[in-house]
Ligand binder design. Sequence first.
Ligand SMILES: [Zn+2]
Length: 195
Amino acid sequence: MPHVSTGDMLRARGSEVGQAVMATMHSGALVSDEVVNRMVEERLSLKDACKGFILDGYPRTQAQAGHLVAWFDTRGIRELVIHLAVDYNIIIARLTGRRQCPVCGTLYNIASHPPQVDELCDRDGQKLVIREDDQEPVIRERLDAYERQTRPVLDYLRSAGRRVEEVDASGDTPERIFEKIRHAVSSHDRTQNAR
Ligand SMILES: [Zn+2]
C-alpha cells in the first residue's frame, strides 16, 4: 500500500497542483484546504492507490476531513482512522528530555537514551544542548495547536460515525505499537467481513 504523506507531497514537485503549492509556499502563505484537498485527490486517483493507501498528515483540519469523507463516500472507499494516543505528560517528558550535540548532531534522551557521561556527547565530548523547538514553552504551544486544530478532526470523524480505532502509544516500543495497529486493522477487517 502506498504511504501518502502530504508533508512529502508538498515538498515534491511534478504535478500541476504540486507546482501551485510550491508557488504558494514560496510566497510564505499557508497552503489552503482547497489546494491540499485537490493534491490528495490527484494522488489517491493514481493506479497504485486503487487497492488501498495510508494517509499521513491529512486531514489536519475539520474542513479537510469533511471534504475527504464525502470524496470517499462517492467512491465507496471505507476508511479506518488510527489514533495514536500518547499521554501529554509523556510527550512533554520525551521532548523535554531530548538533548542534542551542537557539533555532530547526535540526539540523546536523558530518560531513555542518555549519554555515557552526564550531558556530554559520546562521540566528541561536547556539552549537549536543548533545541529551540524542544523548549517547554514551544512544546506547550505545539500541543495547544494540536488541541485547536487536530483534536476537532477526531471529534468530527467520531460524531459522523466514521471508524476510529484508538491505539495507546504511550509506553511501548515501535515494534509493539506496530503489532497493536496490526491488531486494530485486522479486527476492523473481521467486522467488515461479518457484514
Ligand atoms: Zn557530538
